[in-house]
Design a protein around this ligand. Structure first.
Ligand SMILES: Cc1cc2nc3c(=O)[nH]c(=O)nc-3n(C[C@H](O)[C@H](O)[C@H](O)COP(=O)(O)OP(=O)(O)OC[C@H]3O[C@@H](n4cnc5c(N)ncnc54)[C@H](O)[C@@H]3O)c2cc1C
Length: 263
């Protein structure tokens, strides 16, 4: 028997999270699970006032977990994320799918989450705790509680790059997604490189990041990073592609991203 509990705010709903509850955000994945009779949960929590605020807070931009992909696309402050949000599902999905839901979306979903990982997002829970997005992903499988918001720093123009590889253009599900933050661009330092659909959660390619630091973004400069780019990744077989294929093509797509923005 499935019960639905409605609370005004996320903080109130968070107090009622249990081992067999799920939170209804946009419902693009959760309602599919309900329709297929998923037995892993028996309680759905929802709120009447979702936190969809997107606002500048000091040096960072705060994005409420309830913001939809359409909200992201309407936020001028988030123009660097527009290419990411625009490639998530079709119009009906973007209208409902939330940033918070994307953080929890299983492989091969999580395109925006991949971009947020490259951008070193901070995840803020409804109880006020915060943690880096990398720690969040490491503990996601056992996470309890509700996410209130994420915060990110705005990259300088040209520093953030995004590429989504899919079989059906423009809105197919990811064979892989690559997000790169290249501070300094021409000779980047503190590079952050994240891959989506290359593991159970979005993952950083840390060995490749190190190889890119202070390298020139040309064929010779990026060659060492291409050789090691799958070293930290854990691709798996799924109906879209095999793990072998994903490993083989990752350097090709990373090269395109680094040399000409993914084209
Ligand atoms: C046809 C189709 C196409 C899609 N295409 C893409 C795509 O191209 N790229 C992509 O990345 N995804 C895609 N998705 C997956 C999905 O739509 C998105 O990942 C979306 O962002 C999920 O958000 P939601 O608000 O709908 O989550 P929901 O379905 O409401 O919830 C999903 C999960 O997240 C949890 N959750 C949601 N919000 C919170 C919160 N604030 N705190 C804690 N837990 C929370 C829920 O408990 C649930 O387990 C697609 C889905 C469909 C059906």
């Amino acid at each position: 028997m499935l019960s639905v509990e409605t609370y005004p705010t996320l903080a109130q709903a968070a107090a009622h999270v249990g081992a067999t509850s799920q939170f209804l955000a946009g419902g693009t994945l959760l309602m599919r699970a309900v329709n297929y009779g998923d037995q892993r949960f028996d309680k759905i929590l929802r709120v009447t006032q979702p936190d969809a605020r997107i606002q500048q807070e000091g040096a960072r931009i705060r994005i409420g977990a309830g913001a939809t992909m359409c909200d992201v696309l309407s936020a001028r402050d988030l123009d660097f994320l527009h290419p990411v949000a625009r490639q998530i599902g079709g119009p009906a999905i973007r209208n409902m799918a939330t940033v918070g839901g994307n953080l929890f979306a299983p492989h091969p979903y999580g395109d925006l989450a991949t971009a947020l990982l490259a951008l070193d997002a901070e995840v803020i829970w409804a109880d006020g705790r915060s943690e880096t997005i990398e720690t969040f992903f490491a503990g996601r499988a056992n996470a309890r509680g509700l996410v209130q918001a994420v915060t990110i720093a705005r990259p300088n123009t040209g520093e953030f790059r995004w590429s989504k590889v899919s079989r059906v253009k423009p809105k197919g599900i990811s064979v892989m997604a690559i997000a790169a933050w290249l501070p300094g661009v021409a000779r980047p330092s503190n590079t952050r490189l994240a891959f989506g659909a290359m593991g159970p959660t979005p993952l950083r390619a840390k060995v490749a990041e190190a190889a890119l630091n202070n390298a020139s973004l040309d064929e010779a400069g990026i060659a060492p990073a291409l050789v090691v780019c799958t070293q930290d990744l854990q691709p798996q077989d799924d109906p879209l592609a095999t793990a072998w294929y994903r490993r083989e093509v990752a350097p090709v797509h990373l090269k395109r991203l680094l040399l000409n923005g993914g084209r």
